[in-house]
Design a protein around this ligand. Structure first.
Ligand code: G1P
Ligand code: ZN
Length: 543
């Protein structure tokens, strides 16, 4: 076996987005494409010789091939050991857990999250640091800079490593350890929550349904929910991970998790339903005929946190991404703890958690998590909910409506316009930027614009500044409209419009969010000229 240095030329498009580098599979399959990016990661992180690394992915198409390349490159770049999940599988939160538990020099996660998989669909790669969290912008910028001037990469000439048998093999001077992808993670979950109480709940006739969407969480959910917690066999549906997620779009929302939604809104619905995404970090929570918005879920977990053993002593603080509703802020205020507003993307929570400033974090995009790892965590959120349900012994709907009665309700919705021509989408954003002065102070019916800006964030821990993080129209009554271009798409541009209105009066809390937000939606369409500029009358997805 010998180390080969291969000459290469830079690709100009290897800029990591909201969560790593995401492209269509054929882009990654071009000669040297993946190799260039991996070498840029290795060169920028400069791991000490003999360091350990974690490698795993969500099992989508090209996962295994990519892992073989990464293993051979790690061996040629001086790593001493790589921990890899059996079959190349590691959910994103499990990868974070393994990095932290085994104190490796970070890890490489292969996933395009909730995007479809298959030979013509999406693939992705990202580096997570020693804290188990996504690399900060400083690191991703450094990787991008190196990718623009790379001239060679190193790879070991060797046969493929078997990924399907647990145990150790060697690759040149490097050890490859194939680990059970579930056990470290399951152990961590059991240390956080009251598994005894949840087991009792599930054995007392409380019925649950978990939709793994043919994605990575199938084996995790089966082992934990049906295995350790004794949920009825079949409680986990679509539990076998498939390379193309069964042709579906593994995003746990009311549109794409339709199998589960039908069950939860049908006759004889279970008491609790949940789904997670391609790589297992997102979650959707449902009660019987009832949907919990992710923003409300974060607020509810915060308000009830002390019911779970891990959070019994209370929370240090809460963080939410800027477009996420302010429901959590109200809970933070009541608990007298800080609430941080960060740009979109989990990488902004890491510093706050490492500094001990926050315990819980969340995003409106079906992401919730805590400082137990440095990624959002779908199954963790499900277990947290089950722990609360076991303690409170009330239906999901009753818990949520009681919460609204106490704190008020933040009506919330997000409209996504996917696959727009990039120029038209940029045009909408530019038009809004150009309208700041004209919009400020303007009234639209009962809504008056207090301020508008392009959100900018100064990290309170390291002082780094992130600009251009979303256009905000803030109204005098606390309502908000936010416009943001997605940083995870691989085709054209996706424009997201986020709408939020606060309602203190409990007699209005039963309203449908689309009804409560109808006025704001009209304002959003009007001021953005979205329809004229993009030719789209309707969003592709509403969450
Ligand atoms: C989306 C979500 C964001 C999330 C990210 C990764 O990013 O909006 O909250 O952190 O996926 O799961 P976007 O496509 O909006 O850049
Ligand atoms: Zn994901």
């Amino acid at each position: 076996m010998s180390i080969r240095t291969v000459s290469t030329q830079p690709f100009s498009d290897q800029k990591p987005g909201t969560s790593g580098l995401r492209k269509k599979v054929p882009v990654f399959q071009q000669p040297h494409y993946l190799e260039n990016f991996v070498q840029s990661i290795f060169d920028s992180i400069a791991a000490p010789k003999g360091a350990a690394l974690v490698v795993g992915g969500d099992g989508r198409y090209y996962n295994r091939e990519a892992i073989q390349i990464i293993l051979k490159m790690a061996a040629a770049n001086g790593f001493g050991k790589v921990l890899v999940g059996r079959g190349g599988i590691l959910s994103t939160p499990a990868a974070s857990c393994v990095i932290r538990k085994h104190k490796t020099f970070g890890g490489i996660i292969l996933s395009a999250s909730h995007n479809p998989g298959g030979p013509k669909e999406d693939f992705g790669i990202k580096y997570n640091g020693t804290n188990g969290g996504p690399a900060t912008e400083t690191v991703t910028e450094a990787i991008f800079a190196l990718s623009k001037k790379i001239s060679s990469y190193r790879i070991l000439d060797a046969a493929d490593v078997s990924l399907d048998t647990l145990g150790n093999t060697t690759l040149g001077d490097m050890q490859v350890q194939v680990i059970d992808p579930v056990s470290d993670y399951a152990e961590l979950m059991e240390s956080l929550f009251d598994f005894g109480a949840i087991r009792e709940l599930l054995q007392g006739g409380f019925r649950i349904k978990f939709d793994a969407m043919h994605a990575v969480n199938g084996p995790y959910a089966k082992h934990i929910l049906e295995g350790r917690l004794g949920a009825a066999a079949g409680s986990v549906m679509n539990g076998v991970p498939l390379e193309d997620f069964g042709g579906g779009h593994p995003d746990p929302n009311l549109t794409y998790a339709h199998d589960l939604v039908e069950i939860m809104y049908g006759d004889n619905a279970p008491d609790f339903g949940a789904a997670s995404d391609g790589d297992g970090d997102r979650n959707m929570i449902l009660g019987k005929h009832f949907f919990v918005t992710p923003s409300d879920s974060l607020a509810l977990l915060a308000a009830n946190a002390t019911l779970a053993p891990a959070y019994k002593k209370g929370l240090a603080g809460i963080a939410r991404s800027m477009p996420t509703s302010a429901a959590a802020d109200r809970v933070a205020q009541a608990l007298n703890i800080p609430c941080y507003e960060t740009p979109t993307g989990w990488k902004f929570f890491g510093n706050l958690m490492d500094a001990g400033r926050v315990t819980l974090c969340g995003e409106e995009s079906f992401g919730t998590g805590s400082d137990h790892v440095r990624e959002k965590d779908g199954l963790w959120a499900v277990l947290f909910w089950l722990n609360i349900l076991a303690a409170r012994k009330q239906p999901v709907e009753a818990i949520v409506t009681e919460h609204w009665a106490k704190y008020g309700r933040n009506f919330y919705s997000r409209y996504d316009y996917e696959g727009l021509p990039t120029e038209a989408a940029n045009g909408v954003v530019q038009h809004l930027r150009d309208s700041f002065a004209a919009l400020t102070g303007k009234s639209f019916g009962k809504y008056t614009v207090k301020t508008c800006d392009d959100f900018s964030y100064t990290d309170p821990v390291d002082g780094s500044v992130s600009q251009g993080q979303g256009i905000r129209l803030l109204f005098s009554d606390g309502s908000r409209i936010i416009f943001r271009l997605s940083g995870t798409g691989t085709e054209g541009a996706t424009l997201r419009v986020y709408l939020e209105a606060f309602e203190a009066d409990a007699s209005h809390h039963h309203l449908d969010a689309q009804v409560a937000l109808a006025g704001l939606i009209q304002i959003a369409l009007r001021v953005s000229e979205l329809q004229q500029r993009t030719g789209r009358d309707n969003p592709t997805v509403i969450t």
